[in-house]
Write a protein of this length. Structure first.
Length: 556
């Protein structure tokens, strides 16, 4: 009977982090979709409706996203089937948020298992997992639908590590299962390419022979797959016009340093969390760079000292967190900025070190000291859970999300632009126009938002004003995309005369080839042909009319 009671208590303790995760993040179930990557990853991604729309190769590469996330896409596709609704997007966001919450609870449970198998006491493992479950840094990936890629990658990664850390982790069946989960993690988000090194770290922490044939084979297979994922990510960025080599240099090292300082600060004191962080300027930036340059080697030193003293689990937790953070640190040739979601897996792995350290504290001989430590831990978990519940509501909808960014960055025009874009996403063009007008009054030199302003005016039915702003956006330096938008506005709004004929002619010429090849609206094709013919481009006009006739012929 005593053994049964002990097993039940163990089971209940392991479930505690799951319960805490649900309590801390439950408000996020009421959140909707946001314009922060949800359209690209889910709402407008054809692969989530038909994963094989671009063939098997297209699914494996997912080039429209910029890096390979086939496992995430397949999960989204399954969720689309499960959570169909009659709303604006035909999907019920509550279902997606429910899956995210379940993944977070599972990740917290797996963290406790990994820590326990690496030598932490049961209470220490549960305490660390509970702190992770309630930590406000975990809110972004849980409350944001696009954050599922981080949750999936971390959950699969922790599953792989839990299997490897088990007493039979080096057996063939366990190695195959470990490899399978590791592959799923890397297919969920490329930042999981650190997994081969983490699996080696598990074996070292458990003092296993890392040169045995089976271990070397596992490391080699996963290393090759990690290299392939990195290569596909670099190619995906190139395809989107982002040069990986252009993101490496002294400036990138400085950005990585201040980012490291920022995110370590958020781990210790998670306040002022928003959806995006802008680099500080002047003295603040310099101080944060210097701090980051000092903190990174100190982190490595801490892991080395722990290892030398025989605290292998602590060393693994600290070192693994640093290694898992490396792919998103900005040091690798991929453009990255700081984000709370980047800290999800590193924070979980750091929990292993916390579990081992806290476990030793809970094993103190003095009941008074044990009680004081338990009380402190309970207070930290409670305060973190309360903070997370409030943080989750920030992701309620797009305007709320970006308004918080403006509060944190009142003098940053990009923050206010996000609010305007948010109202466009929520189909409130009148409110968006007010935001963009305020933006132009306060920051007249900031031209990046003029395209959004023009879109808002058009959707609000103010076509004449929209034409004026579209033209302003097209004239701005680097406004190639806005020039295309201006041209397509002109061909779809026949009642609006262009205020700048030369600009209109140049923009129409730039899109004429695309219209002649892929145009589908006969009225727009005819409008473009009439305008170009009026500008003396009879040949282009003829091609567009030929395309219009072909479209009409197919419709008959």
């Amino acid at each position: 009977m005593a053994e049964i009671a002990r097993n039940r208590l163990t089971f209940a303790l392991f479930l505690a982090p799951c319960v805490i995760a649900v309590l801390a993040h439950q408000p996020g179930l009421d959140n909707g979709f946001t314009n922060w990557d949800d359209p690209m990853y889910l709402l407008g991604n054809e692969l989530t409706q038909d994963p094989l729309a671009q063939g098997v190769g297209g699914l494996l590469r997912t080039e429209s996203i910029g890096y390979p996330v086939p496992a995430t896409v397949l999960v989204y596709a399954a969720e689309r089937e499960l959570f169909e609704a009659g709303g604006r997007f035909g999907l019920d966001p509550a279902g997606f948020h429910g899956v995210s919450l379940a993944l977070h609870a599972l990740a917290a449970l797996l963290l406790a298992v990994v820590a326990f198998r690496l030598g932490a006491s049961l209470l220490g493992a549960v305490a660390a997992a509970s702190l992770f479950a309630a930590h406000p840094l975990t809110v972004e990936p849980v409350a944001w639908v696009t954050g599922q890629k981080d949750l999936l990658a971390a959950t699969f990664a922790l599953a792989a590590l839990a299997i490897r850390a088990g007493p039979r982790g080096q057996r063939t069946a366990a190695s195959i299962a470990c490899a399978g989960f590791a592959i799923l993690a890397m297919a969920s988000k490329p930042s999981a390419v650190a997994l081969p090194a983490l699996i080696v770290g598990i074996d070292l922490a458990l003092e296993r022979n890392v040169t045995r044939r089976g271990a070397v084979a596992l490391y080699g297979v996963l290393g090759v797959l990690a290299a392939a994922v990195i290569g596909l990510s670099l190619l995906g960025h190139e395809a989107q016009g982002v040069s990986p080599t252009g993101s490496v240099g002294l400036s990138s090292l400085g950005d990585a340093a201040w980012t490291y300082t920022l995110q370590l600060g958020h781990v210790a004191w998670p306040s002022g969390l928003v959806a995006r962080y802008f680099a500080p300027t002047g003295t603040t930036y310099a101080i944060m760079v210097v701090a980051g340059v000092l903190l990174a080697p100190l982190t490595v030193l801490a892991a080395w000292i722990a290892w030398r003293r025989g605290a292998h689990a602590v060393a693994f937790g600290v070192g693994a967190a640093l290694v898992a953070y490396l792919p998103t640190s900005g040091l690798l040739p991929l453009p990255r900025g700081p984000a709370d979601s980047y800290m999800y897996l590193p924070l979980a792995l750091a929990g292993v070190a916390v579990a081992r350290s806290v476990g030793r504290g809970l094993d103190l001989t003095s009941s008074v000291e044990r009680g004081a430590l338990a009380l402190i831990l309970a207070l930290l978990v409670s305060l973190s859970a309360v903070a997370s519940r409030g943080q989750a509501t920030m992701w309620r909808d797009s305007p709320t999300l970006w308004s918080e960014l403006v509060v944190a960055n009142p003098d940053e025009p990009r923050a206010l632009m996000r609010v305007g874009d948010a109202y466009l996403f929520e189909q409130q063009p009148g409110q968006a126009v007010l935001i963009f007008e305020d933006l132009e009054r306060r920051f007249p030199e900031f031209v990046n938002a003029r395209g959004g302003h023009a879109d808002a005016l058009m959707l609000a039915g103010r076509d004449v004003d929209a034409e004026r702003v579209y033209a302003q956006a097209a004239r701005a330096p680097g406004g190639g995309q806005q020039r295309d938008a201006y041209a397509f506005f002109l061909v779809s709004h026949a009642a609006v005369a262009p205020t700048d004929r030369d600009l209109a002619r140049d923009c129409l010429r730039a899109v004429a080839g695309e219209l002649a090849e892929r145009g589908k609206r006969p009225t727009s094709l005819a409008r473009a042909a009439d305008l170009l013919e009026g500008y003396g481009d009879a040949d282009l006009a003829a091609k567009l009319r030929a395309r219009r006739d072909a479209v009409l012929q197919r419709r008959r």
